[in-house]
Structure formats: structure tokens, C-alpha cells
Design a protein around this ligand. Structure first.
Ligand SMILES: Cc1ccccc1-c1ccccc1CNc1cnc(-c2ccc(C[C@H](N)C(=O)O)cc2)cn1
Ligand SMILES: [Fe+3]
Length: 313
């Protein structure tokens, strides 16, 4: 029969609790695997997520000294790399997160504060003596998740402008790359761009296209999501002398990993134009750096190309 899909934001309580891999990265080779204290901490975060209901405030977490120390190391390294390599929209909105959501190197921000910020995103314009309050409501809201959802359940959230966010911090053993999403990835990778109206629209449209679709089309949409929202680059022009393309990063999986970010903009990585028919052929690597990355001119171009794909589905 036809595939069920959520019809209201409250239906997300059904699909966003179907975690398919607790601590996906907690395989035998994951540094957190042998650390009992870490595994116990992870179960506390899983409980918060499994008891969460749409509309609830997201419980605040008192992060430990070790988690905050890991955050500080990563925050300082990433902020240095972002100045040179993050796209303009990311950098602009990141400043708002620092001003309104407690982002700093000594504080792990709370998901509840960012969710409230995204729901009503006020940008103040100061011109002369008048101050304009300009409310940009991307309307995105967050909900805590215990680990991996299926691609279907995860993308369904985007259709309602709901982003499923992990709340635990990666193990301190390897701060610059972790094989599974963690709250550092969500906070330093995803949040800033969900404050951008074009990016929010682009994200929601992928989610809408996924509702009730076939497994084959769903897999294509998840791959398109993966190589744009998670690992996408944009080309901002060419070097005047060498005529080499200049790339900026918008993919959250790169913006949150100092290791993979430097790999992606390094000489050895393969960067291909974002054409959906080519993107869907690329394998998504879940626990290592990608074999290739895709670039688009801007979100608008990517959105137009994706709309073409949606109407063919
Ligand atoms: C394969 C799979 C399993 C479960 C749910 C969805 C999928 C699936 C299906 C099709 C396309 C992509 C996927 C997987 N999607 C994703 C999305 N994000 C990640 C991912 C993102 C960030 C990070 C952390 C980053 N490396 C860092 O160090 O900051 C680690 C993993 C990994 N996989
Ligand atoms: Fe992500």
C-alpha cells in the first residue's frame, strides 16, 4: 500500500523516535566504545530525546568540564578556518548566534535557545538614529534526537521545518573528526544556515519532496541532501591570476569537522559541479571523508536544479 507520512507537525513524534542506530559511530573502533563513563552519558542524552514530544521546550543540559573543554578546542579551530573558507551567509548568521544564542568558546549553546532564535529571527538595522527591527522568520525549530533516524524519517522533519538535532558531545579522543553526527556538528555546522531564508526554503523543499515517495526516489533525495546540506561547496568566482575556481563551504559536515574541511579544500579532493543526475550516482560515505564533493554557484541555482528533479518524480 501507499507509504505513510506525517500530516501534521505532531505526527513527527511517531517518526522522529524511530532511532535506527544508537550512537551509530559507537562501533568497536569508536573511541567512545570502551569508555563506560561516556556510554552512560550517551544514554542520558538518549533518554531526553526519547521522552521528547513536539511542542515541549528542549531540556537544558549542564555540560561537563570535559565536554566544554572539547567544545573549546573545536570552536577555536573552526572559527579560524571559517574566516577563510565558510560562505558569506554562514559567517553573517554565525555572528547573530554569538549575539543572541550564547555562542562562545567557553559555552556549549543550548538547543532550546537556538530553536527560539530560529523561530523568530530578528535582525536589527542601525542607520543613523533610527533602528529597524526586521523580523526574518525562517520558522525552523529543533528537536532532540538520540541518534540516526532513517533517511525517510529525517527528511520528513525538514518538510515541517523541523530539524532533528543530537545533543551529546563527541568523544574527546578525536575532536576534529567524528564518524557520527554530534551536537558540535549541529551547532557549528547546521544552525547558522537555518537562519538564512533561501537555505531554509531549499531544505524544506527536499523534505516536502520526500513525503510518501518511493524508496528509490527517497534514496536519491537523501543523496542530494547529503552532497548539498551536509557536504556542499559553492564556487564564488575564479582567481584573477591562476584562473583557478575559488570555493567556499556551506555543507555542515565540513563546517563542523576541521579535519574534513581541510581535506575538502586541499589539493587531493575531487570537486564536481552539482548536477543532480551526477550527484545521485555518488556513494555517501558514512564514517570516512567523502571521495568527492559537489559545488554550486549559490543556493538559488541548486534549488532550481532540484525543483527540476522533483517534478520528474
Ligand atoms: C546511510 C544512512 C543511515 C541512516 C540514515 C540515513 C542514511 C543515509 C542515506 C542516504 C544518504 C545519506 C545517509 C546518511 N546521512 C548522513 C548524514 N550526516 C552524516 C554525518 C554528518 C556529520 C558527522 C560529523 C562530522 N564528521 C564531524 O566530525 O563534525 C558525521 C556524520 C552521516 N550520514
Ligand atoms: Fe548533519
Amino acid at each position: 500500500g501507499a507509504v505513510w507520512f506525517p500530516k501534521s507537525i505532531y505526527d513527527l513524534d511517531i517518526c522522529c523516535r524511530r532511532v535506527i542506530m544508537y550512537g551509530a559511530g559507537l562501533d568497536a573502533d569508536h573511541p567512545g566504545f570502551k569508555d563506560d563513563e561516556y556510554r552512560k552519558r550517551r544514554m542520558m542524552f538518549a533518554d531526553i530525546a526519547l521522552n521528547y514530544k513536539q511542542g515541549d521546550p528542549i531540556p537544558r543540559v549542564e555540560y561537563t568540564a570535559k565536554e566544554t573543554a572539547t567544545w573549546k578546542i573545536i570552536y577555536r579551530k573552526l572559527r579560524e578556518l571559517h574566516q577563510k573558507h565558510a560562505c558569506a551567509e554562514y559567517l553573517e548568521n554565525f555572528e547573530l548566534l554569538e549575539q543572541h544564542c550564547g555562542y562562545s568558546d567557553s559555552n556549549v549553546p543550548q538547543l532550546e535557545d537556538i530553536s527560539n532564535f530560529l523561530k523568530s529571527n530578528y535582525i536589527f538595522f542601525l542607520t543613523g538614529i533610527t533602528k529597524y527591527v526586521f523580523a526574518v522568520k525562517t520558522g525552523f525549530r529543533l528537536r532532540p534526537v538520540a541518534g540516526y533516524l532513517s533517511a525517510r524519517d529525517f527528511l520528513a522533519g525538514l518538510a515541517f521545518r523541523v530539524f532533528n538535532c543530537t545533543q551529546y558531545v563527541r568523544h574527546h579522543a578525536d575532536p576534529f573528526y567524528t564518524p557520527e553526527p554530534d551536537t558540535v556538528h549541529e551547532l557549528m555546522g547546521h544552525m547558522a544556515l537555518f537562519a538564512d531564508p533561501d537555505f531554509a526554503q531549499f531544505s524544506q523543499e527536499i523534505g516536502l519532496a520526500s513525503l510518501g515517495t518511493s524508496d528509490e526516489d527517497l534514496s536519491k533525495l537523501a543523496t542530494l541532501y547529503f552532497f548539498s546540506i551536509e557536504f556542499g561547496l559553492c564556487c564564488v568566482g575564479h582567481d584573477r591570476i591562476t584562473n583557478k575556481p575559488k570555493y567556499k563551504i556551506y555543507g555542515a559536515g565540513l563546517l563542523s569537522s576541521a579535519g574534513e574541511l581541510q581535506h575538502a579544500i586541499g589539493e587531493k579532493s575531487e570537486i564536481i559541479r552539482f548536477d543532480p543526475d551526477r550527484v545521485v550516482q555518488q556513494e555517501c560515505l558514512i564514517t570516512t571523508f567523502q571521495n568527492a564533493y559537489f559545488y554550486t554557484k549559490n543556493f538559488d541555482e541548486a534549488q532550481q536544479k532540484l525543483r527540476y528533479v522533483f517534478w520528474k518524480m
